[in-house]
Unconditional design. Structure first.
Length: 177
């Protein structure tokens, strides 16, 4: 009972009002999730401690986000505003043209694992079942079931063989019914 109360309290304090969450959602201490337009978080999503997720878009079901992860917009501030310091430049939270820019949105598919300390910049799609290695900086799309690592993140392996992907998805579909 106390655990559910703590999660509800954390949800009220650390998840913005423009964020919708599915069932089985967990957010670790001192993590913050917000969006300038809308962020949809699926079912059974785990967000670790000390994460900053400030982006529009979606995070699929069964996603595991480790501690110290940043998922942020790459065009949050208009750095090209002449005659305005970057501190006072137009910002995604107050300017519609920035908030509506597709480059300030992200799509993370279901069954994705984002490792400790990874940074994912908006404007990318991360496919179903992908793994983002610890400390990686993701600036480009990640295909389903690819494992990426580095700065910038590059494909280093596949999570499963083609046959294993078919079996994995079959089993997950059976469990969902």
């Amino acid at each position: 009972m106390l655990g559910k109360l703590a999660q509800r309290l954390k949800r009220c304090l650390f998840v913005g009002r423009r964020v919708s969450i599915g069932s089985g959602f967990h957010i670790g201490i001192l993590s913050f999730v917000s969006s300038s337009r809308h962020l949809r978080i699926g079912n059974d999503v785990y967000i670790g401690k000390f994460c900053s997720i400030q982006v529009n878009g979606s995070i699929g079901d069964g996603v595991l986000i480790a501690n110290n992860v940043g998922i942020v917009g790459r065009r949050d501030h208009d750095m090209r505003a002449v005659g305005t310091s970057i501190r006072r430049a137009p910002w995604v939270g107050t300017d519609a043209y920035l908030a509506d820019d597709p480059k300030n949105s992200i799509e993370i598919g279901p069954d994705v694992w984002v490792g400790f300390g990874a940074v994912i910049l908006s404007g990318v799609r991360i496919g179903r079942g992908a793994i983002i290695a610890a400390g990686s900086v993701v600036v480009d799309d990640v295909a389903p079931y690819d494992i990426v690592s580095g700065n910038p993140a590059r494909v280093v392996a596949r999570r499963f063989s083609t046959e294993q992907i078919v079996e994995h998805e079959r089993i997950l579909a059976e469990k969902a019914q």
